[in-house]
Design a binder for this molecule. Structure first.
Ligand SMILES: [Zn+2]
Length: 144
């Protein structure tokens, strides 16, 4: 088995590559990334381009979850999904540094989904805040 079927918000479930992966999560065949190879096999010229996951699921290689974009597109996606490290400097960042400090305080009393609902962001966004994957640059004590 080299695949796993995983539900997503898209119309179709992800097909995840469950064989070798790169350390960053992308499916791996030899020294190549599976999702990029899929786009090449489909006839796209991806040289110098980014192959993006519409599903935000790195090991997924379902063709209709992939699209060709630019690095700027990728950054916009990351911000939209609350994974940006750009913080307040980015006009589309949804959480302020103060909100992040406040959220860190809330982890003691509320679930991630409760916090996500409160701030109007996705739960994965809150997950990333909790792990420091997002907003890791925000330091300082939690706001009570
Ligand atoms: Zn997918």
């Amino acid at each position: 088995m080299t695949t796993a079927i995983v539900p997503t918000p898209l119309d179709t479930p992800c097909i995840e590559w469950t064989a070798a992966r790169f350390s960053d999560g992308y499916g791996r065949v030899g020294d190549r990334k599976v999702h990029r190879e899929i786009m090449k096999y489909a006839g796209h010229d991806i040289a110098g381009k980014v192959v993006r996951h519409r599903c935000d699921n790195k090991p997924c290689y379902r063709f209709n979850h992939l699209e060709i974009g630019t690095t700027a597109d990728n950054m916009a996606d990351m911000v939209r999904r609350c994974r940006s490290n750009a913080g307040n400097d980015h006009p589309r960042a949804r959480l302020s540094a103060d909100a992040v400090r406040e959220i860190r305080h809330l982890f003691a009393s509320f679930t991630h989904s409760e916090i996500a609902a409160r701030y109007g962001v996705s739960q994965s966004c809150i997950d990333h805040v909790s792990t420091g994957r997002s907003w890791g640059h925000v330091h300082g004590p939690a706001i009570a």
